[in-house]
Design a protein around this ligand. Structure first.
Ligand SMILES: *[C@@H]1O[C@H](CO)[C@@H](O)[C@H](O)[C@H]1NC(C)=O
Ligand SMILES: *[C@@H]1O[C@H](CO)[C@@H](O)[C@H](O)[C@H]1NC(C)=O
Ligand SMILES: *[C@@H]1O[C@H](CO)[C@@H](O)[C@H](O)[C@H]1NC(C)=O
Ligand SMILES: *[C@@H]1O[C@H](CO)[C@@H](O)[C@H](O)[C@H]1NC(C)=O
Length: 124
């Protein structure tokens, strides 16, 4: 009984949320799939950063993507790639000449930013 009441409540809450009028343009930053935790990149290598584009909204405010590098929880000025369509789902980047570390992340920017998990860069 408790369960069905809860389900009913959830369904109602969901319906209310869905009924809220959508803004004409949607903020869209898809989640980063690669690099993931456990990825190791070597300086100078080429790698495809990939992200999930399975469910893009119809109207995206900013389709132009940019990928930046983060280290130790701070976004660095290093731009890995920019001026590509966020709908591509992947973009090839060259691993920059940075110090070794296991606390790197990439940030995919569209309207705002999505961080990848922590990964490792070695070989400087
Ligand atoms: C998307 O934008 C177009 C033109 O601005 C508009 O006609 C359309 O209704 C919008 N669609 C959605 C789902 O917001
Ligand atoms: C990146 O993806 C493209 C398209 O699938 C492929 O042609 C290219 O070889 C890939 N690059 C690397 C470094 O894996
Ligand atoms: C990206 O596009 C902006 C605006 O068009 C331009 O100023 C910038 O130089 C471009 N960057 C690259 C790397 O192409
Ligand atoms: C990911 O890998 C790093 C080492 O590169 C590790 O310190 C961290 O705890 C791992 N897990 C997550 C969720 O980032």
């Amino acid at each position: 009984m408790k369960f069905s009441l809860f389900t009913l409540f959830s369904a109602t809450a969901l319906a209310v949320v869905s009924a809220t009028p959508l803004a004409p343009r949607d903020v869209y930053v898809p989640p980063v799939l690669y690099p993931h935790n456990g990825t190791v990149w070597s300086v100078g290598q080429r790698h495809n950063v990939t992200w999930d584009t399975s469910d893009p909204p119809v109207n995206i405010t900013n389709k132009i993507g940019r990928i930046m590098l983060r280290k130790g929880g701070l976004t660095t000025p290093v731009i890995l790639e920019e001026n590509f369509s966020i709908l591509l789902g992947r973009i090839e980047v060259t691993v920059p000449w940075v110090e070794d570390g296991s606390d790197y992340q990439v940030v995919l920017f569209g309207d705002s930013g999505n961080f990848s998990p922590l990964f490792t860069i070695t070989g400087a």
